[in-house]
Design a protein around this ligand. Structure first.
Ligand code: BGC
Length: 504
């Protein structure tokens, strides 16, 4: 679906946005230091392998679930396009590093394609060309003074493993640990930041909604919880592997990347406050509580509701699997930091929903958005900067004030160079981040723009893009051009300060 963003570029809307930005920035200045980033604060930009690399079957790469879904269901994406070539970063990685340097980022967050280095997913057959590609990228980054931050899994499971059940087969944790070992062995001498898995909440949609993500299985309410359970165990296996065998020599940090909207109560009623808490626990707590809470395991409210519902449905066991006591302990504490992706917020109220997403049905909350929230090029993404501050505070309060890194934050449009909407998006979210730090005492160590490049936006194809650099997808050279937002981010990173005048 193509979304018309004409509204963003009309002079009225831009003027209103600028005014709003100034308001946000001025309120951030209530304490003068609120516009300045703390010493050591890290800025970065992010991408993911399938969304940018292309070279889908080059030099021995195996097939991933995204390659497979794209080639067997060509209409899966809104524009019938796929990631076969994408931004062609498999060949143009040096150009990507040049852009990162131009922006002045401290780190580049990218992911490794599992089937590029292990074509079937199994560690008995290592594809040296894949290892070489990531070695070259890592070395190019380090030569340019940019830290690599690697996501080990950002959704492109080897198809061979999917045919064994993928993330719903508990055996996947063994394969994931084997894969992680290959990654640490080959790259860990130079990489100091690791994320095992990107966004369990989105990965599990591939096992519950036929039109969301690969492998596109419609097993709503069952497949998602089974997959999420195995993702947590696989994550913990990779964490402990690093901790036991590599940390002392390689001296890096490791965690996973979670994702959540902020869910604001629709009214002041206590029911809506409860609905908000339930939504947060079903979306973020489901995968955060087992790792970051003092008790471990799934959040009590999620456990209680799913056990009750499963029983009422006549099932012999809960749709939410149980961890053994040992496994609860094994998973607890398996992250050196709290990495979170934030894009948008929702309003929530008490009540059953017609929605087909498992978490909304099971949590008994209804979500909506405020019509006054600015829209973007993606229907689900309303621009709600204050939601980021609330989300950071919720994490701070619920999980013992961890060090938080915003590993993704960004806005969709159709790819215009004069992207005033995106400039507003990033600056206003950064202002709220600084409020969380200075006014609320939360610990936030870094911020990462999603995304460095316009790229393949999963089921939306190329109809919604998030890049601060435009990519010309009709040009075989895949020319990259800086948007206004790349320049605005470069200024912020250089000065370590939010602008008070956007036109500066
Ligand atoms: C994912 C990205 C995606 C972005 C925008 C995040 O959920 O990690 O891969 O492109 O959101 O939807």
């Amino acid at each position: 679906m193509r979304v018309n963003l004409a509204g963003w570029s009309s002079p009225g809307v831009i003027a209103a946005l600028m005014q709003l930005t100034l308001l946000v920035l001025c309120s951030a200045q209530s304490n003068n230091s609120n516009t300045r980033f703390p010493d050591g604060f890290l800025f970065g930009a992010a991408t993911a392998a399938y969304q940018i690399e292309g070279g889908w079957n080059e030099d021995g790469k195996g097939e991933s679930i995204w390659d497979h879904t794209m080639h067997t269901q060509p209409n899966f994406t809104a524009d019938g396009q796929n990631g076969d070539v994408a931004c062609d970063s498999y060949h143009l990685y040096k150009e990507d590093v040049r852009l990162l340097k131009e922006m002045g980022v401290d780190f580049y967050r990218f992911s490794i394609s599992w089937p590029r280095i292990l074509p079937t997913g199994e560690a008995n057959n290592i594809n040296q060309a894949g290892i070489d590609y990531y070695n070259n990228l890592i070395n190019e980054l380090l030569d340019n003074g940019i830290q690599p931050m690697i996501t080990i899994y950002h959704w492109d499971l080897p198809q061979w493993l999917q045919e064994l059940g993928g993330w719903v087969n508990p055996i996947i944790a063994d394969y994931f640990e084997d894969y992680a070992r290959v990654v640490f062995e080959n790259f860990g001498d130079r990489v100091k930041w690791w994320f095992t898995i990107n966004e369990p909440t989105q990965i599990v949609r591939g096992y519950s909604e036929a039109d969301a993500d690969a492998p596109a299985l419609n097993k709503s309410g069952v497949g998602n919880y089974l997959a999420g359970h195995n993702l947590l165990i696989a994550h913990a296996r990779a964490y402990h592997l690093y901790d036991n065998e590599y940390r002392s020599i390689q001296k890096g940090k490791i965690g996973l990347v979670l994702e959540s909207s902020w869910y604001e109560p629709l009214t002041n009623s206590s029911e809506d406050a409860e609905a908000s808490e339930r939504a947060m626990q079903f979306c973020l707590g489901l995968h955060a509580h087992p790792i970051f809470s003092t008790d471990g395991d799934y959040p009590p409210i999620v456990r209680e509701l799913l056990d009750k519902k499963s029983e009422a449905e006549g099932r012999p066991r809960s749709r939410l699997p149980y961890f053994s006591k040992d496994m609860v302990e094994y998973i607890q504490g398996t992250a050196d930091f709290f990495a979170i992706n934030y894009y948008t917020s929702g309003l929530v109220t008490f009540g059953e929903t017609e929605s087909h997403t498992a978490w909304e049905m099971d949590s008994g909350v209804r979500t909506s958005s405020d019509p006054s929230w600015p829209s973007s090029g993606a229907p689900w993404l309303k621009v709600v900067p204050w939601g980021l501050r609330k989300l950071i505070n919720w994490i701070h309060k619920n999980y013992n004030s961890p060090t938080i890194i915003i590993t993704e934050n960004g806005m969709a449009d159709t790819g215009n160079l004069d992207d005033a909407g995106r400039v507003y998006y990033h600056t206003s979210h950064l202002a709220e981040l600084l409020n969380a730090v200075y006014e609320d005492g939360c610990k936030v160590a870094g911020y990462c723009v999603w995304s460095l490049l316009d790229n393949f936006q999963w089921s939306a194809g190329y109809t919604q893009v998030f890049g601060v650099y435009q990519v010309n997808f009709t040009d075989p050279a895949r020319t990259r051009t800086a948007k206004a937002s790349a320049k605005a981010m470069a200024d912020i990173i250089r000065t370590r300060e939010l602008p008070t005048d956007l036109e500066k």
